[in-house]
Design a binder for this molecule. Structure first.
Ligand SMILES: Nc1ncnc2c1ncn2[C@@H]1O[C@H](COP(=O)(O)OP(=O)(O)OP(=O)(O)O)[C@@H](O)[C@H]1O
Length: 260
């Protein structure tokens, strides 16, 4: 008689086999009167991934970002950020979540009257985290090193170039540090050389911080250099999705128009 054996337990998933989802946008719709901007739009962002949302002007990219960060409420659908339903969060919970989600504004949103050091201290003081008390100076210097601008610490934003201001805004985003970074048109208004430096910095941040990024852009060089995956937002929905190379070979006229 053979010994009774229980079936071997299923092997637990190893970290390498688990692709963690950090952001889910599930079938959201948003209209302003008769202007149906988002219609059943969905995306999924994984940990450590850089995703670009590409779309022509007025396609709804900013509306999408505002829904993700809770500044606009979608008419339908759900948004889950780091496992939390954005729609159900009260002000305090939303604030705590925003400490884990860095937002690089197109305008940089630096305080003109504050030095670079004071600008970087601002998020630390706003989200005053007990375990980081006493480390503020070190954190400011580390964030400035990460963007290659340690020498600007006592300067005012007005004394910096456009590319430098973008880097300082990114340093301010990194200081908490974020699990997800939302980049709103990070290369708009920059010359091509400076724009490519920002693209490289976005990749550097991805590798160093293992953060996920949602990048809103219609700068095709930025898309090519920063995206692991691209979503084309058109007609209010996810019109096409794939790597840069996959979309570049897509013959659909709406997709092809971006690569012409
Ligand atoms: N608060 C609002 N009230 C009414 N309409 C709005 C509002 N916000 C955005 N819209 C409309 O939603 C549409 C999408 O705007 P959105 O700013 O998201 O476009 P975008 O893709 O970010 O464009 P761009 O690339 O030019 O920044 C536009 O028609 C805009 O007029």
């Amino acid at each position: 008689m053979s010994p009774v054996t229980s079936p071997a337990p299923a092997a637990p998933p190893t970290p390498a086999s688990v692709i963690e989802v950090v952001l889910t946008v599930a079938g959201i719709s948003k209209s302003f009167g008769e202007n149906h901007v988002l219609q059943d739009f969905s995306l999924t962002l994984h940990r450590g991934e850089n995703m670009v949302v590409l779309g022509k002007s007025g396609s709804g990219k900013s509306v999408l970002v505002k829904c993700i960060i809770g500044l606009l409420a979608p008419d339908a659908g759900t948004i889950t950020v780091l496992g939390q339903y954005v729609a159900t969060l009260d002000h305090t919970a939303l604030d705590a979540l925003r400490a884990k989600v860095g937002f690089l504004f197109q305008s940089n949103a630096l305080y003109d009257s504050m030095t670079v050091r004071e600008n970087l201290l601002f998020p630390l003081r706003r989200h005053w985290l007990a375990d980081r008390r006493g480390q503020e100076d070190q954190l400011v210097r580390q964030a400035l090193d990460d963007v290659g601008l340690p020498q600007t610490i006592d300067q005012l934003p007005a004394e910096l170039s456009g590319g430098q201001r973008k880097r300082i805004a990114l340093a301010r985003t990194l200081i908490l540090p974020p699990e997800i970074i939302l980049y709103d048109e990070p290369t708009t208004g920059l010359d091509p050389v400076t724009a490519r430096e920002i693209d490289q910095l976005i990749r550097h941040v991805q590798q160093k911080y293992h953060a996920s990024a949602l990048i809103i852009s219609h700068d095709m060089n930025c898309v090519r250099l920063t995206a692991d995956r691209v979503i084309l937002l058109a007609e209010g929905r996810c019109y096409a999705e794939g790597t840069y190379d996959e979309l570049a070979q897509n013959p659909d006229p709406t997709v092809h128009a971006f690569f012409a």
